[in-house]
Design a protein around this ligand. Structure first.
Ligand code: GLU
Length: 498
């Protein structure tokens, strides 16, 4: 498949609706759009599709921008807000009406319900029957008083819409399958209070209209999005052709010269590990949730990228490699399944590679979220270095390091198995030695060895007992290293119980 750009500079965009967090599916298409633009030396635009005024919130805008930043998906333009572009949609709507490509429809919601009811009764697929659609020689009904009209796009009735989807291949829909879409509508009365004057008087664009005006104006060349939008694309293509044909655009200097429609790539949905659509009800679906759960952004990017795209057998790759490889090909046609175990594995890989100072800062934030705000006396950098190899996430890292700040309680089985009468005298000796030696790993190691020699014990016997008492568990990295991380007084206190 040739997805190489034409002579136009590649411009991609992500266009989230600010009605919640940045969803993993949107993050993935944002990543593909970003990588494609970067691969071709093009530009990546962030557009906030906030025309659903009842559901859009500033908090959501902030979350989306923060998640994009966290993932490192830097934008060249934006955020551009659709609600700040109302004048432009209204102008294009007027031009479409003037060109006979859009018309006012005065059907009330009740009338439309009755129309669909009658169609269902006749066993037909429901559709707008075109009663307000102007045709040569057709007499339209009289305009009813007091009804605010919507604007409908006059969709071609013949022929078909075809595009070569970057993911799904060629797709064709007959125009007779598509009815006249509402492109401008009046918001519900109760929502109008916060709306700009123009929205109240002229209406708010629907998604399929605003998206086309924007993709056109913003000179978008490639659109990657979720495949829930496949059914919208035929409308958008028809509206695109209409917009491009407007005298304002088609004429000399109007901007349409040499320009083509964007290419579309629709990525299959992400399935949960139960095989059903990934949704809030079945676990975390927002980028923010994974940040909070201690995942690293480079791991999320790597994992999201692979979830629907491949480069040979590569499972682990950097952001730079992805940009180098991502040319829009090898996008998967079938839905990928969210695999928490694989994500944990990928994250574990990046945890091992992560710089200790960086991990220490992330660890500090995780501990603070648990109420441990004073981490003095513990070298979090050294702790990160010691434990990171066995942690899938920063949360797991915090699970380890937490034992240095909160009381630990070993299980009765561990106490019975390891803190035996044979070992107890040695534990007392060790505590006495540790009270006065220098507090560093080699000296602590020596104190352990001397204690073993004095009591004729083997290292595992003593080390297990110390782990259980000091760490509350029998498995830890090398005990001299672990003890060296603790404040001395805490170790002495925990060994005092024997
Ligand atoms: N606002 C739409 C969404 O969030 C954008 C779809 C598109 O990329 O065209 O699904």
């Amino acid at each position: 498949m040739n997805t190489a750009p034409t002579s136009l500079p590649v411009r991609t965009r992500i266009a989230p609706s600010p009605t919640g967090f940045l969803h993993l599916g949107t993050a993935r298409t944002a990543l593909y759009s970003w990588a494609y633009a970067r691969h071709h030396g093009g530009q990546f635009v962030l557009r906030i599709e906030d025309t659903d005024v009842a559901r859009s919130t500033q908090d959501s805008v902030d979350q989306i921008i923060a998640s994009m930043k966290w993932l490192g998906l830097d934008v060249d333009e934006g955020p551009i807000f659709q609600m700040q572009r109302l004048a432009r949609y209204h102008a294009v709507a007027e031009q479409l009406i003037a060109a006979g490509l859009a018309y006012r429809c005065y059907s009330t919601p009740e009338e439309l319900d009755a129309m669909r009811e009658a169609q269902r009764a006749r066993g037909e697929k429901t559709h707008y029957d075109g009663r307000w659609r102007p045709e040569p020689g057709k007499v339209l009904p009289p305009v009813p008083p007091g009804v605010k009209p919507v604007l409908r796009f006059k969709n071609p009735q013949d022929g078909e819409v075809t595009w070569h989807d970057l993911v799904k291949g060629p797709i064709t829909i007959a125009n007779r399958e598509i009815d006249d879409l509402i492109i401008l509508r009046h918001p519900p009365e109760d929502a109008t209070a916060e709306l700009p004057e123009a929205a109240r008087t002229l209406g708010v664009p629907t998604y399929n209209f605003a998206v086309v005006v924007d993709d056109w104006d913003m000179r978008i060349t490639h659109v990657f999005r979720g495949d829930e939008h496949v059914n919208n694309t035929p409308w958008q293509i028809n509206i695109f052709h209409a917009v491009m044909s407007l005298p304002q655009h088609a004429g000399a200097g109007g901007g349409a010269e040499g320009r083509a429609l964007p290419q579309f790539g629709h990525c299959p949905i992400i399935l949960g590990d139960d095989g059903l659509k990934l949704s809030k009800r079945r676990g975390a679906v927002s980028v923010t949730a994974y940040e909070e759960a201690g995942y690293l952004p480079e791991a999320m990017l790597n994992y999201l990228a692979r979830l629907g795209w491949s480069h040979g057998d590569e499972e682990l790759f950097s952001r730079e490699q992805m940009v180098q490889w991502f040319d829009g090909s090898h996008l998967a046609r079938s839905p990928a399944q969210w695999d928490p175990a694989k994500l944990a594995w990928v994250n574990g890989h990046y945890m091992k590679q992560a710089d200790d100072d960086r991990l220490a800062a992330l660890l500090r934030a995780q501990l603070a979220a648990r109420g441990i705000t004073d981490a003095q006396g513990v070298d979090l950098r050294a702790a990160s270095a010691l434990f990171k190899d066995r942690c899938a996430t920063v949360v797991e890292l915090a699970d380890w390091v937490e034992m240095m700040f909160v009381d630990v309680k070993a299980s009765a089985e561990d106490l019975a198995a390891h803190v035996t009468e044979t070992v107890k005298p040695a534990l007392r000796t060790l505590r006495d030695r540790l009270a006065s030696v220098d507090w560093d790993k080699p000296t602590i190691a020596q104190a352990l060895k001397d204690t073993l020699a004095a009591h004729g014990l083997k290292m595992p016997q003593l080390a297990l007992a110390v782990r259980v008492l000091v760490c509350g568990r029998a498995q830890t990295p090398s005990i001299d290293a672990v003890l060296g991380l603790f404040p001395r007084q805490k170790v002495l206190l925990r060994l005092q119980h024997v």
